[in-house]
Write a protein that binds this ligand. Structure first.
Ligand code: MBD
Ligand code: FE
Length: 277
């Protein structure tokens, strides 16, 4: 596409979206007779969200599910769901099988997360990158956790699948995630009478040249919040049970001293239509 054409198409889209957004908000103000007091409270709320770095959290909690729904509708392969606010670019590149960066005394139970990356035609994809992140066993995302010490890129990595498309990483079972109560997003959820919890989940962004990137999450079956995610991002096909392993032989094989869990999940990527065309 020439840059002249890019310019030509960009401005009308911005005008179309901004004009409708503006009209929608003005209608909203009239419909609800929004008062000056409410307007000023809204400004204060958004200002605080900005100052505390919560704009991505706020928008991802309330709006991103709808963007995923609209922009990924009808897409074949593994179900997508939202990226959320805690992805960090530049995680270390590791080869499968691997152990994720972690603290010397990483809390919780070991989880072996593995599976195969395929295209929608069923072909295994070697060299696919599973860019992975999660909250730890105490609900903290590295880089967003100022309270406790952590390893660089704690429980984050880009794991390359082997030539069978197989990936395997050792991590630690995540806990459910609570939207911070101290900030404006958490206060708003509380004022609305909702709970601030997301069920335990593993985040991935899976990529391979020639295929459309897949951003999704894998959820743990027995989580108490599995049916009431504050974000509304759970899809049935993304819910998995873990298997517990406690035999002496299995512990020895893995070099572990207490029971661990495994979870297998295969990722299926659609062909990149934009590139194929
Ligand atoms: C999260 O951990 C998350 O994954 C999303 C989508 C929103 C808020 C917190
Ligand atoms: Fe998350």
């Amino acid at each position: 596409m020439s840059s002249a054409k890019a310019k030509e198409t960009r401005t009308p889209r911005l005008n179309e979206l901004f004009d409708d957004l503006s009209a929608t908000l003005k209608d909203f103000i009239r419909k609800h007779h929004v008062t000056y007091e409410e307007y000023h409270r809204t400004l204060a709320f958004l200002t605080e969200a900005g100052e505390k770095g919560e704009i991505p959290l706020l928008l991802d909690v309330f709006l991103e599910v709808t963007v995923d729904d609209v922009d990924h509708s009808g897409r074949p392969g593994t179900a997508t769901t939202v990226e959320g606010p805690y992805y960090v670019a530049g995680a270390p590149e590791l080869k499968s099988p691997c152990v994720l960066p972690h603290r010397a005394n990483e809390p919780g139970d070991v989880l072996i997360f593995s599976g195969t990356v395929r295209g929608t035609d069923g072909a295994a994809l070697g060299g696919a990158v599973v860019d992975f992140w999660q909250a730890d066993a105490e609900g903290r995302y590295s880089h967003f956790n100022i309270a406790t010490a952590e390893a660089p890129f704690n429980l984050r990595a880009k794991v390359a699948s082997d030539h069978h498309g197989h990936y395997e990483m050792q991590t630690w079972v995540p806990s459910a995630y609570e939207i911070p109560k101290s900030g404006p997003t958490g206060m708003l959820i509380k004022a609305l009478g909702g709970h601030p919890w997301r069920p335990a989940h593993l985040h991935v962004r899976v990529t391979h040249p020639g295929f459309a990137p897949l951003t999704t999450q894998v959820f743990l079956k027995d989580d108490p919040w599995i049916d009431s995610d504050v974000v509304g991002a759970v899809k049935q096909s993304l819910i998995m049970g873990m298997t517990r392993h406690d035999s002496a032989a299995e512990l020895k094989k893995r070099g572990l001293s207490k029971p661990f869990f495994t979870l297998d999940y295969d990722f299926v990527l659609p062909h990149d239509m934009a590139k194929a065309a």
